[in-house]
Design a protein. Structure first.
Length: 235
């Protein structure tokens, strides 16, 4: 499918406000955002939303001399969007920022917006998952979402374990005793593959070049709600 940046710069999609890769900045960037609000738009959000300190732990832009927080922007933009797509585990489920003591009171996009979202978890989310989901929204296709986690079931329907090339080793009881072992299953070292719904082991990353288990480390379960609360690499 190629990279998301090249795809979004094509005629199929225009990113009106994306701080990490848009050329406009300052007032021009805000003007682009406001112009998009006058038409149909899709809201794509990365990251959890800090709610403490009136949201001031994360500001997105300055408008008329006033800082606009991520909290305020999401609450303003989400209700009128054609769809709200959460990219990554943080936006979808809270992720790392919402774990532990969570001093900035990070919440999910759905929690602060008060509306359902389409969740594309993963830390990070796979570019193919993101592009395919946005393309379906643009084409007006209907989504079948997982009842519990609001994930598109056409993407998130099998576990990492299901497609894992080391699955036969699991079935035969050939388990690794340390990380980095070739030809062994990492289940007894805490691999989350049997519980993680994602197609990493079938799709691969970086154009199919690699993924966690192929790189000789256990699956960390980064596409699940429980990430990173579960202990990593320990059964």
């Amino acid at each position: 499918m190629g990279d998301v940046l090249s795809w979004q710069q094509s005629n199929y999609m225009h990113a009106s406000f994306a701080k990490t890769f848009m050329s406009a900045a300052g007032d021009l960037a805000v003007q682009s955002l406001r112009a998009a609000q006058e038409n149909d738009y899709i809201l794509v959000v990365e990251g959890g939303v800090p709610a403490a300190f009136d949201g001031m732990a994360c500001t997105l832009f300055t408008e008329n001399g006033r800082d606009v927080t991520m909290l305020e922007a999401v609450q303003e933009l989400a209700p009128n969007a054609q769809a709200v797509v959460c990219v990554g585990t943080c936006a979808s489920y809270g992720g790392i920022p919402a774990s532990g003591s969570n001093p900035t009171a990070v919440k999910t996009v759905s929690e602060v917006a008060g509306i359902p979202t389409i969740n594309i978890p993963g830390c990070p989310a796979h570019p193919d998952w993101v592009a395919a989901t946005i393309a379906k929204v643009l084409c007006g296709e209907k989504f079948i979402l997982d009842d519990n986690d609001s994930r598109p079931v056409d993407i998130f329907h099998r576990t990492v374990h299901y497609f894992c090339p080391r699955r036969p080793l699991y079935d035969k009881g050939h388990f690794a005793t340390e990380i980095g072992q070739e030809g062994k299953c990492f289940y007894k070292l805490g691999c989350k593959g049997p519980y993680t719904i994602a197609d990493c082991s079938a799709r691969g990353w970086n154009n199919g070049f690699n993924y966690c288990i192929q790189a000789n480390v256990p699956c960390a379960g980064c596409a699940e709600k429980s990430f990173p609360a579960d202990q990593l690499f320990k059964r």
